[in-house]
Structures are given as structure tokens and as C-alpha cells.
Design a protein around this ligand. Structure first.
Ligand SMILES: Cc1cc2nc3c(=O)[nH]c(=O)nc-3n(C[C@H](O)[C@H](O)[C@H](O)COP(=O)(O)OP(=O)(O)OC[C@H]3O[C@@H](n4cnc5c(N)ncnc54)[C@H](O)[C@@H]3O)c2cc1C
Length: 375
């Protein structure tokens, strides 16, 4: 296996996933309500065995799943990714009891997971989070504060919540808790976002948690968050590549058939060159995503730099490709319900979440100078 070509079996699996997404998942996604968790879709992802693979797959396999699903059904892609993001901390850092209670349900799609790190006052600077975990007896804490921009909130059944157990200790004073949605004092509300999936806020009003709810060790929760984001970051790039490919495919089909100026749109060199550019950039982003995911699976020491590069390049590329696709489709692309209108909304948020593009550039530069100093 090299970073530059996939095995025939992997290519066949991707084709199979695209077909499943188009035939089994797309119809369920179309029945869903915008801004709400689509439980029928999550259950079908479970029935198809895709959710359990989240916990056995490596980073490359995760990327191939996300890219393939995104090409035919972004809603299914996002539902899958969010189950992974919310439950990976339970899989990687949970106790046997936490894992036994939740992972089978996350895998069969009967429990919906969410990852609650961001707060009104702590987004890119996540280590500044202030949701308080105050001691309540020798074995417990009470959580007080707010989380916002949380995907799957407030519909989820379990939340991985990052809270401050040691004041003024920055990243070193954060603990990860597994908080079931039915804990007293936990409420949430919906946010109406450009992104089509459910996003909401969570309010914690003295929510009780105990040592049995801690993921990993007290005060070591920031590592849990970063481990999760390191795994998922290249796969956000894969989601973006899938969207770019869908936009490119639609543009090829449209420009090859649309009559214009006595020929087809594709006969105009200005159009054909734009399609070529979309294709070149999409392919470059895809290769960088595969290389980053392969580096992760091999335990390479340049994973932070590669993951940041892959996420940055792929999400920025997808924005360019989808925007160009809208341009080459003309007005029809902006009609509600058109594939490109949908992709135009979907493509924006990944440049902000899991580390905005500027944050990725910061990571890349820091890693480059670190390498220079180590020489
Ligand atoms: C659709 C959607 C879903 C989300 N889902 C989740 C979720 O499930 N769980 C969760 O915890 N969070 C989630 N988020 C929140 C997301 O992680 C944050 O929006 C992100 O971390 C940025 O934080 P912020 O929005 O507060 O922006 P800020 O941190 O205020 O940053 C604003 C802008 O400032 C610039 N900037 C910030 N830092 C730097 C820097 N170091 N260098 C240069 N420029 C910088 C960037 O342009 C950035 O976009 C989601 C967001 C969206 C849009």
C-alpha cells in the first residue's frame, strides 16, 4: 500500500459504498427534517454495518467511507462522522462499563452521539473552555455552564463533554465526561445554521457526574479531545473531497450537454479549462488526504503537519470547486433542492470546524519550525 494508489479491493469497496449511499441512504435522507437528527438514517447506517466500522477502521478506511458517502449522500456522511466523533472518546478512553453500555447502541444506530467541546467563549482556543466541574462529594462533580455549536445537539443520547476541573490550568485542567442526555439539569436548544445537519447549544445547570462518567483520567481530558481530532481531521478533508468530486461530476455532465453558442458549454475553452482546474485540485487534495491518513495508520511522527495540510487543502479546494460548479451551472444551481445548492451550504462549515483554516496554517508553521530546530 502506498499513499498514491488504492488497492483494487479498496476501490471496489468505495464503489459499493457510493451505490449504497445512492440507493439505500439517499431516500432516507430525503425524508429527514433539516436541522434534526434523522434517526432512520442513523439506524440504516447501523444496519449496513458502517457504524461498527468506525471503531475498527483505521484513518484511511474512515476517509474512504466519508469520501464515498459524501459523493452520493452528504447527510449519511455527516451522520456517520458524528457518531464517530462523539463516541470515539468512549471507544478509545472509556471504561469497560462505559464501552459495554454505549458502543453497541452507537454501532447499531439506536443511540446518537455528540462531541461537546466548543463554548461561546472558547472555539479555536478550546483550552480556554470554562464549563465548570465543581467537586460534589469525594466521588463526584457538578457541571455548570454552556456548550454551543454542538452537532447532533440537542437530539443526541450521549455527549462527550469537556469540562474544567482545575481552574486556570489551561489545557491541563480539563476532564472529559460521558454525559447521558437524560441527566438532570441538562437542557439544550436548536440553532438554525447554514449547515444542513442538527446543531445546537447545551446548558448544564449543576448536572451530576461521578468518577464512573470520566473518560480517561481527571485533568487529562484535553488529550482525549486532541486524540479524537487528530484521527478525524484528515477525514474532514475526505468529506470535502467527496463533495468536490460530486460537484465536478455534476459539472462534467452539465457542461457536456448544455447548448450554448452553437455548440456545448464544454466547447468553450474558458469552461473546459475551469473543469480541468477543478479536477486537478480535487485530485491533489485527495492524494494529500490519503497520505495524511496513511501516515496516521503507520504511526508516523509527522501526523499533525500532514493532517493539518490535508484538512486545509481539501476544505479550501472543495469550496473553490463547489463555487465554480455553481458558476458553470448558472441559475439552476441556486434553486432550492438542487444538488449544488445543497453542496454550497454543506461546503462552508468544514473550513471553520475541527480547526479553522487559519488554525491549520498555524499548526503547519509550528511543525515546520519544530523540525528546523530539531535538525
Ligand atoms: C456546522 C458546525 C458544526 C459544529 N459542530 C461542533 C461539534 O460537534 N462540537 C464542537 O465542540 N464544536 C462544533 N463546532 C464549533 C467549531 O469547532 C468552532 O466553530 C470552531 O472551533 C471555531 O470557533 P469559533 O466559531 O468560536 O470561532 P473563533 O475561535 O472565534 O474564530 C473566528 C475566526 O478567527 C480566526 N482565528 C481563530 N483563531 C485563529 C488563529 N489561531 N490564527 C489565525 N486566525 C484565527 C479564524 O478565521 C476563525 O474562523 C461546529 C461549528 C459549525 C459551524
Amino acid at each position: 500500500m502506498t499513499a498514491f494508489s488504492l488497492e483494487p479491493s479498496q476501490l471496489a469497496r468505495c464503489a459499493e459504498l457510493r451505490t449504497l449511499a445512492a440507493e439505500r441512504l439517499r431516500p432516507l435522507a430525503e425524508k429527514g427534517e433539516p436541522g434534526r437528527v434523522n434517526r432512520a438514517l442513523v439506524a440504516e447506517l447501523g444496519a449496513l454495518g458502517l457504524l461498527s466500522r468506525l471503531f475498527t477502521a483505521g484513518a484511511l478506511d474512515l476517509c474512504l467511507m466519508r469520501e464515498s458517502l459524501a459523493q452520493a449522500c452528504t447527510e449519511a456522511e455527516t451522520a456517520l462522522a458524528l457518531q464517530g466523533l462523539g463516541a470515539h472518546p468512549v471507544h478509545a478512553h472509556g471504561t469497560p462499563g462505559q464501552r459495554e453500555r454505549w458502543l453497541p447502541r452507537v454501532s447499531d444506530g439506536t443511540a446518537v452521539a455528540a462531541f461537546a467541546l466548543s463554548e461561546p467563549g472558547a472555539g479555536s482556543d478550546a483550552a480556554a473552555l470554562s464549563l465548570r466541574a465543581e467537586r460534589d462529594g469525594p466521588d463526584g462533580w457538578r457541571l455548570t455552564g454552556e456548550k454551543c455549536w454542538i452537532s447532533n445537539a440537542p437530539d443526541a443520547d450521549l455527549y462527550t463533554v469537556f469540562a474544567r476541573t482545575t481552574p486556570a490550568a489551561g489545557a491541563r485542567g480539563v476532564t472529559a465526561f460521558l454525559v447521558p442526555a437524560d441527566r438532570p439539569g441538562l437542557t439544550g436548544s436548536r440553532l438554525d445554521m447554514v449547515a444542513p445537519h442538527a446543531v445546537g447549544t447545551l446548558r448544564f445547570d449543576g448536572v451530576p457526574v461521578t468518577a464512573a462518567d470520566v473518560l480517561g483520567e481527571p485533568d487529562a481530558g484535553f488529550r482525549v479531545a486532541m486524540d479524537t481530532l487528530n484521527l478525524f481531521r484528515p477525514s474532514v478533508g475526505a468529506f470535502a473531497v467527496g463533495m468536490a468530486q460530486a460537484a465536478l461530476d455534476a459539472t462534467l455532465a452539465h457542461t457536456a450537454t448544455r447548448d450554448a453558442f452553437g455548440g456545448r458549454l464544454k466547447d468553450l475553452q474558458a469552461v473546459a479549462h475551469q473543469v480541468a482546474e477543478m479536477s486537478v485540485r480535487t485530485e491533489a487534495a485527495r492524494l494529500m488526504v490519503y497520505a495524511a491518513a496513511t501516515a496516521y495508520d503507520e504511526g508516523a511522527d509527522d501526523v499533525p503537519r500532514r493532517s493539518a495540510m490535508a484538512k486545509l487543502l481539501a476544505t479550501e479546494t472543495a469550496q473553490y470547486v463547489v463555487d465554480t460548479a455553481v458558476q458553470l451551472h448558472g441559475a439552476r444551481a441556486l434553486c432550492r433542492g438542487h444538488l449544488l445548492e445543497h453542496l454550497y451550504r454543506e461546503v462552508r462549515a468544514p473550513r471553520i470546524y475541527e480547526g479553522a483554516s487559519e488554525v491549520q496554517r498555524g499548526i503547519i508553521a509550528k511543525e515546520l519550525y519544530k523540525t528546523l530546530e530539531a535538525r
